[in-house]
Design a binder for this molecule. Structure first.
Ligand SMILES: Nc1ncnc2c1ncn2[C@@H]1O[C@H](COP(=O)(O)OP(=O)(O)O)[C@@H](O)[C@H]1O
Ligand SMILES: [Mg+2]
Length: 215
């Protein structure tokens, strides 16, 4: 579905962040992008989401170069983002936040992420971090984009809540057939993914999880 071909990226002329990146992402799978702070994980995700273009090489969506398709169209049609800081609109309620970009029924998405009805009309700032991240995932699901890009989505959450959020992302991949790509620096969380893309020498190397790890 999404393919990175011979990609190189640098912010400046002197400092290459990513080099020789070749990766394939399929629908229906959860991918973890793993690496230490500053290695280029967020950069990878922004390139996949069409926020920027590779310096060399290309990114294909179903065989079409996203630069030719148009980066803004790629974002609109294909990719939804989930961030560590939730990025919800603070003066709006749960339902209103999801409705803004929804193409699928809002209430179904809220039910899928396990937010109880009494929270739906509440201002999002009156929710816990884990609940806010559930709203952000519901927003992603309801926008009905084939790719979900999550940048350290559990970075602000305790361990148990982080596991719940990870389970939701996995469910969205397996049950709704999305391609879910999650950045993390936690190798424990990354082990739960179907495919692990680990940073090595300026690029990410993919490794399929052993079958017994998957659920
Ligand atoms: N806008 C920018 N301009 C220049 N350098 C940047 C910019 N954003 C990130 N970098 C550098 O690129 C490298 C990768 O950053 P990033 O992708 O944010 O890492 P990660 O998400 O893995 O922590 C880092 O060395 C960082 O300092
Ligand atoms: Mg980052």
């Amino acid at each position: 579905m999404l393919q990175i071909v011979d990609m190189m990226y640098s912010y400046t002329d002197y400092n290459t962040v990513l080099e020789d990146v070749n990766l394939d992402f399929e629908q229906g799978k959860l991918y973890a992008i793993l690496g230490k702070s500053g290695c280029g994980k967020t950069t990878m995700l922004s390139l996949l989401g069409g926020l920027d273009s590779p310096r060399k090489g290309k990114i294909l969506y179903n065989g079409t170069d996203i630069r030719e398709y148009g980066l803004d169209r790629h974002r609109q049609d294909h990719a939804a983002f989930i961030f560590q800081g939730y990025n919800l609109i603070e003066y709006m309620t749960v339902k209103e936040n999801v409705a803004l970009t929804a193409k699928l029924p809002v209430e179904e998405a809220l039910e899928k992420v396990g937010l109880s009805k009494e929270l739906w009309d509440r201002n999002v700032l009156k929710l816990s971090g884990g609940q806010q991240q559930r709203v952000a995932i519901a927003r992603g699901i309801a926008s009905n984009k084939p790719i979900l890009l999550a940048d350290e989505p559990t970075g602000n959450l305790d361990e148990d809540t982080a596991k719940d959020i990870l389970a939701l992302l996995k469910k969205s991949a397996h049950e709704e057939g999305r391609c879910v790509i999650m950045v993390t620096h936690s190798s424990a969380l990354a082990q739960e993914a179907d495919v692990l893309c680990e940073f090595q020498d300026k690029h990410f190397v993919a490794k399929e999880a052993a079958d017994e790890n998957r659920s």
